[in-house]
Write a protein that binds this ligand. Sequence first.
Ligand SMILES: Cc1cc2nc3c(=O)[nH]c(=O)nc-3n(C[C@H](O)[C@H](O)[C@H](O)COP(=O)(O)OP(=O)(O)OC[C@H]3O[C@@H](n4cnc5c(N)ncnc54)[C@H](O)[C@@H]3O)c2cc1C
Length: 449
Amino acid sequence: MAERRALVVGGGIAGLAAAFELTGGPFDHVELREASDRLGGKIATSPFAGLDHVDEAADAFLRRVPPAMQLAAEVGVDDLTAPTDATALVWNEGLHPIPGGVVLGLPAAIRPFATSPLLSWRGKLRAAAEPLLPARPHGDSLGTLVRQRFGDEVHERLVDALVGSIYAADTDHWSLATVPQLAQVAAQHRSLLVGARRSRRRAPAAGGPIFAAPATGMATLVAATADGVIARGGLISTGRPVERLEHDGSGWRADGERFDEIVLASPAAAAGALVRPVAPDAADALDAVETADVIMVRLHVADLPDRLSGHSGYLVPKPEQRLVTAASFASQKWAAWQPPAGGQVLRVSLGRDGLPVLHLDDDAVVAATLDETARHLGLDLQPTEISITRWPGAFPQYRPGHVERLAALRAALPPGLALAGASHDGIGIPACVASGRAAARQAIERVGR
Ligand SMILES: Cc1cc2nc3c(=O)[nH]c(=O)nc-3n(C[C@H](O)[C@H](O)[C@H](O)COP(=O)(O)OP(=O)(O)OC[C@H]3O[C@@H](n4cnc5c(N)ncnc54)[C@H](O)[C@@H]3O)c2cc1C
């Protein structure tokens, strides 16, 4: 019998999770090829401010959805830690706490909103009318729904600020269906406030922290998964882009080598370029996935003043944004991130969908970071160390209709090719892990038949 061979294209966390799953299957040969000279894709950790491990992008994953926690346990990541209980602020002509009783930015209780300085009286009255409003068609736009129900202020200062900062999104152009917790509340309740309150009551009693991360940074999950793949007999190469796919009977050739099953775990545009000669409709759909670029600036600064202690950072609502969209007081968020020489680490994010930043040179990035944080914090930060990481195509943008387009895309892919990664089934690390493993299981099932 011919050797059964599987290939994973892309060594981000989705591709690594796919390769890990494949090595537990019936293949004689499992190989992962990564185009760049390092594994991890959008996950990177490096020394900063005298610390060995400070993340340049993702710094945590959701603990309460299993896939990333499960992978971490399987590959032996045993230094998981949780953020402190520092809380986030929102900037609106000053820094304000996020009102209590919020479910994904939606008000689930009236009292904390009535007393919050984050909203004007007009905004509060508009939001308070929500339970009385009739249902109206809102299509698949998250922003349209929230503006209709609660008005512009709740949308811009809370929902867009929170959800938009997670995905670098402009939530007016974001698919509601891809935020299942909100979509579910909207599908089941005319009033989102009532629905949010019920879903909060139904949620299991707080079972520990919401987020987790290896104390040695997110790259530890990448390295441990790669080690797991190799220990189970898989092959991993970096600096090895896959450049050409061709049909070969019932299987495939990648750059001339035969494979039965291929998992495409690269960003959509790269997958589109590969499949164009064999599946042009799928290639068109892959090319149509838009992305937002972001820049992450790490700063080593003196200790923040007492008025900012107990806070993990702040979000800047869309109407107030120039280039900075959020800042994390990273040393207040993570107990392990205390620079040995004193002071604190801040991580400042620039750019989102509709707010381009990649044209800025380093001087312009630093100037914008310092000017805008000075305005937000009332402080001249005077950093002693700065690092800038540019993330082109950082966040895929799930436009309204994403779920239907994805189903059509999968239907247009020839057998033996499976998709995984942030461009498709969810952007967070747990979703990327789950999509990698699901694509691998699909390949295992096909080869078993
Ligand atoms: C700044 C930032 C902060 C984030 N913060 C968080 C967070 O706190 N928590 C969280 O859960 N998520 C966070 N995310 C999102 C999450 O990190 C990403 O969505 C996820 O890591 C993407 O993984 P992936 O494997 O799908 O894709 P990628 O990481 O993009 O990996 C794809 C890989 O494919 C490779 N490739 C491309 N073309 C080819 C080819 N032809 N041949 C071979 N290889 C190829 C690329 O070089 C790349 O390494 C953040 C993302 C960013 C950018």
